[in-house]
Design a protein around this ligand. Structure first.
Ligand SMILES: NC(=O)c1ccc[n+]([C@@H]2O[C@H](COP(=O)([O-])OP(=O)(O)OC[C@H]3O[C@@H](n4cnc5c(N)ncnc54)[C@H](O)[C@@H]3O)[C@@H](O)[C@H]2O)c1
Length: 459
């Protein structure tokens, strides 16, 4: 039987749209996949050897499919592809609103709505419109009302197919997902999309639900993940004052099969474009339905994360600040700026808050990261008092204190016996990810403060 979906368009060539469509094209060589974006520079990068995002394994997948059944185009060229498409994914950004009703909490659906208008203007015949972006529950109602403006004879089905990939492991997550979720109102379009994923995902992992459950499940999944981070981070503070070790506590707690061992690593805090935004969206939705206690419960996950970042920055400052609390003439090495390893993404990275707090007290920062560009660093924390270092050694030279903010594997292998000589005497390494070689650091005579480990670990 001829598959129902032969031609796909994805609007939005970002961290989700690009990798997701590359994997679909790779796994389904007979399906024609077009990714379109209004950002022409991003499209040019997708068509070059310097892809706009860094993800392990992405370049190989793109190079297999691009020019065969995968293409990246600008918006003008994209219109004809939408007209011919059987299915159009919406994979644009849904950031927190910065103005108007719900500012600071609600998701900004203006990019989604403009996609819906674009689809309504160009679609022909019947098209399946698929929400790939993370949306507030009942967002499909808004998309439907815009699509209703399409011309006579143009019809749509709407599906919610939220993406669960994690940056840094996007290709692995797309090729072997824990589950694929498809929410819809009629079985036929759900089946049509499920058929695509079943080409490489075991059938029992392709789940289907109602539209509203699918939209809400994505927000709830991210809220639960963020909640685990804030839970263990709250315990990290308690460990520090009691002399307990958060890694020991987490490993004991995680052996309970009802709790499980994953996502129990204490850290400087969670970051990335999704956790905070999706928590705030959940909080706003709860508030708008009058569920004040529900909103307050999830707000605490956000607040704890903010507190953890500030607490970490203040611990760096405490031993080196002047009596007045100033960090003037103090140089602090920042190892890692990305919000996690194996990505160049700096959206909501904890490094932003930590660095800004130190800069506000007059510190000079020497920032190193393996994948983040100097421009990205400058766009988040400016250039005043900020030096971008091209190696960990260059960042560490002459530093009064060190903050490890990203868990890049190479930072775990730093040779502290050699590096101790280039740091200022008495410098303390503040490990925000608990990855450095603690024994080597102590043996080299340097101080170490690890998240969630009591005073006994500080020289
Ligand atoms: N980044 C993640 O790890 C991740 C994981 C799961 C889900 N999500 C969700 O996926 C969605 C996309 O996230 P992302 O990280 O890929 O965002 P992104 O900012 O990297 O990419 C979005 C792209 O959409 C483009 N765009 C915006 N409006 C457009 C329009 N009208 N027409 C054409 N292009 C348009 C932008 O230019 C941008 O390139 C968000 O809702 C996010 O919450 C993200």
């Amino acid at each position: 039987m001829k598959p129902l979906v032969n031609k796909i368009v994805c609007i939005g060539a970002g961290y989700v749209g690009g990798p997701t469509m590359a994997v679909i094209a790779d796994r389904c060589p007979d399906i024609d996949v077009t990714v379109l974006d209004l950002n022409e520079a991003r499209i040019a990068a997708w068509n070059s050897e310097e892809l706009p995002i860094y993800e392990p394994g992405l370049a190989a997948v793109v190079s297999r499919a691009r020019g065969r059944n995968l293409r990246f185009v600008g918006q003008t060229e994209g219109a004809a592809h939408v007209a011919a498409a059987d299915a159009v994914f919406i994979s644009v950004n849904t950031p927190t609103k910065t103005d108007g009703e719900g500012a600071g909490k609600a998701s900004d659906l203006r990019y989604v709505e403009s996609c819906a208008r674009f689809i309504a203007a160009h679609a022909t015949g019947h098209t399946i419109v698929i929400e790939k972006s993370t949306m507030p529950v009942r967002a499909a109602d808004r998309i439907k009302s815009i699509l209703a403006s399409a011309g006579p004879g143009v019809t749509f089905d709407i599906l919610s197919n939220p993406e669960f990939l994690a940056e840094g492991t996007a290709i692995r997550d797309l090729e072997a997902p824990d589950r694929v979720l498809i929410g819809g109102e009629r079985p036929e379009p759900i089946q049509a999309l499920a058929e695509i994923y079943r080409r490489w995902v075991p059938a029992e992992r392709v789940l289907s639900t109602g539209l509203w459950s699918a939209e809400l499940s994505k927000l709830v999944a991210n809220a639960f993940l963020a909640q685990r981070v804030s839970s263990i981070n709250s315990i990290s503070a308690l460990c520090e004052v009691t002399g307990a070790d958060v890694e020991e506590v987490a490993s004991v707690v995680g052996t309970d099969s009802r709790i499980g061992p994953k996502f129990l690593r204490a850290s400087v805090g969670f970051g990335g474009s999704c956790f905070q935004k999706d928590l705030l969206s959940l909080i706003y939705i709860s508030e708008s339905y009058g569920l004040t206690e529900v909103a307050a419960y999830w707000q605490q996950v956000v607040d704890l994360n903010q507190w953890q970042k500030h607490r970490f920055a203040d611990q760096i400052a405490a031993p080196i600040a002047t009596a007045e609390g100033s960090l003037r003439d103090r140089r602090i090495a920042i190892l890692g700026f990305a919000f996690k390893k194996d990505t160049n993404d700096v959206r909501e990275t904890p490094a932003i808050d930590v660095c800004r707090r130190l800069l506000a007290r007059g510190a000079t920062l020497a920032v190193h990261d393996y994948k983040v560009t100097p421009d990205s660093i400058a766009s988040e924390i400016g250039t005043q008092g900020v030096e971008v270092a091209t190696s960990p050694e260059a960042a560490l030279a002459g530093a009064d204190g060190v903050a490890v903010l990203t868990e890049w594997s190479a930072y775990a292998k730093l040779d502290w016996a050699r590096l101790a000589g280039i740091l200022k005497a008495g410098a303390i390494i503040h490990d925000g990810r608990n990855i450095v070689d603690a024994t080597a650091i102590r043996r080299s005579g340097l101080g170490l403060r690890s998240i969630g480990k009591g005073e006994r670990h500080v020289r």
